[in-house]
Design a binder for this molecule. Structure first.
Ligand code: SAM
Ligand code: SF4
Ligand code: F3S
Length: 473
């Protein structure tokens, strides 16, 4: 690639003047991180990100297929882009019609890419989840005049090797350590949209994180994968071994990982929660249901007894640990008794937060073969019962925070009832709001100590005790 220091960048045969990309991302943290990678790759073609769709030269949807709602949101947003073709945007600088390119990537595009390109006239190309790092080539093809193509190939190489891309200016980074999922839970589309599991090598991840900490000012790292507990299985490596190595990196303050599958949580991993100084006081461990018979039909490979034993071991290894989970209400033919087993689990497990969903049938998954008699109303009622009960548990758990001081990494600010509040997360991933002690001072990315003064089930307010600035002493 040839780059000039003037406004345009020459790549191959084409000139790329400065252009704007607008992106809409749906779904999980992996998808959000893929979008981060996409933006980073596109900077090589002179693109910068814009929040204004009307400014965009390139519109990209990074899609999610996990539940029907996610699909519907994307189809309706894509439908709205029809007007870009019918009433093209006029470039304010040149007064000429802007030739906006529209693309769809991610999990829906992986399985439906060809159909989408055929069905939606305005869609120029579609790309799957395993070709994110080739986005530059695809955008080049589109600017070279090629339209209506789809790239959904799987990477066939033995190794999964990448360098992490970050959003400059933040001390937080997502680091992919494993891609794909081999679990095939009976309700889940992800193994079809993300392909087979493949891990990066441990030494590559360690070198990558060391580089991020030393050269890019990264202080908090979240290790990502649909099932991070399978990391390294094929290479004689493990998540626990990786955490142990990363824990040695000077300057790294916090280490998180997500998502974990209960079946693969080893004693070695439990022990590391007691010993690794940088590993946060939080574990997201999706349980999905409190009923053993439902878990069997979900093909989750563990029992509630096993799950509760794991929680007890984790809490013994690190008494400060906070557990969050995912729950699906109304799995096909779930009985009232099975639903009540989930309600009982809430008491036993004392989760700090639940991401609750009603079951959504996904084409091609095993659960769709069950002759389901439940209605949407039943599913919604059960989800509401789960959430109502959880809110009470949550409020009580968070009440225990009052009067205690927590270390917070400040992320954002917002105005609430006319007062400017800053917010950030504790090691245990609870969101804390506080007022700064100096008006107009920018606390973003500062480490602060905050004493908790009041809580609700969903929010925590505190008073600033110490501001350490951007680097902890
Ligand atoms: N890999 C993680 C795991 O094993 O739990 C999370 C995968 S998925 C991206 C995130 C959550 O979506 C799941 O934990 C599950 O609760 C929910 N989910 C997946 N498929 C679903 C479906 N068909 N209907 C409703 N919720 C679903
Ligand atoms: Fe889906 Fe199960 Fe894989 Fe999680 S572990 S991504 S729920 S198939
Ligand atoms: Fe959705 Fe794909 Fe993530 S289906 S939840 S974006 S892996």
């Amino acid at each position: 690639m040839e780059s000039t220091n003037t406004k345009s960048v020459k790549v191959g045969e084409l000139d790329f003047p400065p252009r704007k990309v607008w992106m809409k991302t749906y779904g999980c943290q992996m998808n959000y991180h893929d979008s981060e990678r996409i933006v980073s790759h596109l900077s090589n073609l002179n693109f910068t990100l814009t929040d204004e769709k009307t400014e965009a030269d390139l519109v990209i949807f990074n899609t999610c297929a996990v539940r029907d709602l996610a699909n519907q949101k994307f189809y309706s947003a894509l439908g709205e882009t029809k007007h870009i073709r019918e009433n093209p945007v006029i470039d304010p600088e040149t007064g000429l019609k802007k030739d906006v390119i529209i693309a769809a990537g991610g999990c829906i595009a992986q399985t439906e890419g060809k159909d989408l390109v055929k069905k939606y006239k305005q869609l120029d190309f579609a790309f799957g989840t395993d070709v994110i790092d080739n986005i530059g080539e695809m955008v080049y093809r589109a600017y070279a005049g090629e339209k209506k193509f789809t790239v959904t190939t799987w990477d066939k190489s033995d190794n999964y090797s990448i360098e992490t891309k970050i959003t400059p200016g933040t001390p937080m980074a997502f680091v992919n350590i494993i891609k794909g999922c081999d679990k095939f839970c009976s309700y889940c589309i992800v193994p079809f949209t993300r392909g087979r599991e493949k891990s990066r090598r441990l030494h590559e991840v360690v070198t990558d994180v060391r580089r991020l900490v030393e050269y890019s000012g990264i202080q908090e790292v979240t290790l990502l994968g649909q099932n991070v507990n399978s990391f390294g299985k094929d290479n004689g490596e493990s998540l626990a071994m990786l955490i142990q190595e990363l824990d040695q990196i000077n300057g790294l303050q916090r280490l998180r990982y997500t998502t974990s599958h209960p079946y693969d949580v080893t004693d070695e991993l439990v022990a590391i929660h007691g010993s690794a100084k940088k590993l946060v006081n939080h574990l997201h461990l999706p349980v999905q249901s409190g009923s053993n018979t439902v878990l069997q039909r979900m093909l989750r490979e563990y029992t509630i007894e096993h799950y509760l034993t794991l929680l007890a071991k984790m809490r013994k290894a690190n008494p400060e640990i906070i557990i969050t989970t995912d729950m699906i209400a109304g799995f096909p033919n779930e009985t009232e008794e099975e639903h009540h087993a989930t309600m009982d689990l809430l008491d036993k497990a004392q989760f700090d937060f639940i991401y609750g969903y009603t079951y959504s049938p996904r084409k091609g998954t095993k659960a769709t073969r069950i002759n389901d008699v439940l209605t949407d109303d039943i599913r919604l009622r059960r989800l509401k019962e789960i959430q109502d009960k959880q809110m009470k548990i949550q409020a009580s758990l968070r009440g225990e925070m009052i009067g205690k001081t927590y270390r917070v990494l400040v992320e954002d600010k917002n105005i609430s009832k006319g007062v400017m509040k800053w917010s950030g997360r504790t090691s245990c991933h609870r969101l804390v709001h506080f007022e700064g002690d100096i008006p107009d001072k920018n606390y973003q990315w500062h480490w602060v100590d905050v004493e908790i003064t009041s809580v609700t089930a969903l929010s925590t307010q505190g008073k600033l005790i110490t501001d350490f600035g951007k680097i902890l002493p």
